[in-house]
Design a protein. Structure first.
Ligand code: T46
Length: 133
């Protein structure tokens, strides 16, 4: 996998005077079967998250509220995505290192994942990741 495989995906947005609605279907809007959903919230100002890559896991990140930045690298190139709309998501394939920062107050990062939680799927040491790629 390379950085070019990381991409922003525009999601359906049903606008309505009662409030907007966005939906996500596995294998339609995200290129995997959704096995797990989790979310990051109450992130204190200045906190950074991520700092790892996954051997097999694919993920899709959405700023369900507020904004934050995701910097991704494949060990060679680097790119930063700003997530600040709840109808856009960032697809991150396997073997991409990610760092997350600049969370706005009250932001919520919703994550769809292709597998259940498995700590052995993580590279948490950048040098180990670099050797693997
Ligand atoms: C990622 C970014 C976007 C679980 O027990 N189950 C889970 O499903 C997850 C995601 C985490 N955990 C435990 C593992 C750690 O003891 O929660 C603790 C915090 O996890 P971590 O430090 O990995 O959290 P983040 O926010 O740095 O990273 C998470 C995901 O782990 C990661 O895959 O891409 O969100």
């Amino acid at each position: 996998m390379s950085l070019a495989d990381c991409r922003l995906v525009k999601l359906p947005k049903i606008t309505d005077p009662r409030g907007n609605l966005t939906f996500i279907e596995g294998e339609v809007h995200v290129p995997f079967t959704i096995q797990r959903v989790y979310y990051l919230y109450d992130v204190p100002g200045g906190a950074e998250r991520g700092g790892h890559a996954h051997r097999d896991l694919e993920q899709f990140l959405i700023a369900a509220n507020g904004s934050f930045e995701v910097t991704v690298t494949d060990g060679a190139d680097k790119r930063t995505f700003s997530l600040n709309r709840s109808y856009y998501g960032l697809y991150i394939p396997r073997m991409i290192w990610r760092d997350m920062a600049n969370f706005s107050s009250g932001s919520v990062c919703l994550v769809l994942a292709s597998a259940r939680y498995d700590e052995s799927d993580y590279y948490r040491e950048y040098n180990e990741y670099l050797q693997a790629v």
